[in-house]
Design a protein. Sequence first.
Length: 181
Amino acid sequence: MERVNLAGRAGRWSAAHWKTAFFGWLLFVGAAVLLGNVVGTNKLLDSNAGDGESGRAQRILGNADFKQPATESVLIQSSTQTATDPGFIAVIRDVAGTMAKTEDVTNVRSPLDPASAGQVSEDAHSAVVRFDITGKTEDADKHVQPALDATTALQKAHPGYIVEEFGDASAAKGAERHAWQ
């Protein structure tokens, strides 16, 4: 008689007792799901992600000694005007000025500032105003709403242009809002 290994014996038993095996596995999966929900999860901070030198750099930057604000941008586009046209320049100034006065916004960088080269597209039909959200990067989604409201008002004030905000904080806020719908 041939000796059957453990996998063979388990397979033979499962085939002979298929109902017990099926409901046993179903019970095991249910218990594992319940246990997983009771234990819960720990959210890993962005600064704790990664390994090797990049992970070490992220942990150093995540330290309280290095503040890394969440950066947001407002895209301004026109299909007819360029960033050198007076109307387009007026919109850029309005966006930068409004953002500079907005709660929880700091370090506004206008494409009209010579130090902010590269914030106008090659065809000059698009420009970006950049700024930071105050507080920790992990909490930026809780502080971005005033900037989003200002961007909505700016879009209404300049209907001939596209005025849209994007960045990590607004994306996190949008994902949070979408999760509840």
